[in-house]
Design a protein. Structure first.
Length: 94
């Protein structure tokens, strides 16, 4: 297996648990940039979200397909309002 297709230990389990424990989860694939690796953003129906670097776009697409969750390309499909609402409601007071 090519090294760029190998997920870091614990990554798949963490993302599996997020999807399994939250209803209405959708995925956004964020392409690699000069500063960041390809990442997978998961947003639950509640707006709770998590983002993790993944080995590549194909890995992210396969993850979403295996879980039968909608998968979007970041930059083409906007992030959902519920994600921003979640951040607003769960921001630490300063």
């Amino acid at each position: 297996m090519r090294q760029d297709r190998v997920a870091p230990q614990g990554l798949r389990g963490y993302l599996d648990d997020f999807v399994a424990s939250r209803e209405g989860t959708q995925a956004w694939i964020e392409p690699a940039t000069a500063l960041n690796k390809t990442s997978l953003l998961l947003v639950a129906g509640s707006g709770e979200w998590t983002r993790r670097a993944v080995p590549n776009t194909e890995w992210a697409v396969e993850f979403a397909r295996r879980h039968r969750i909608p998968c979007h390309q970041a930059g083409l499909v906007p992030y959902p309002q519920r994600m921003r609402d979640w951040d607003t409601g769960h921001r630490d007071p300063q």
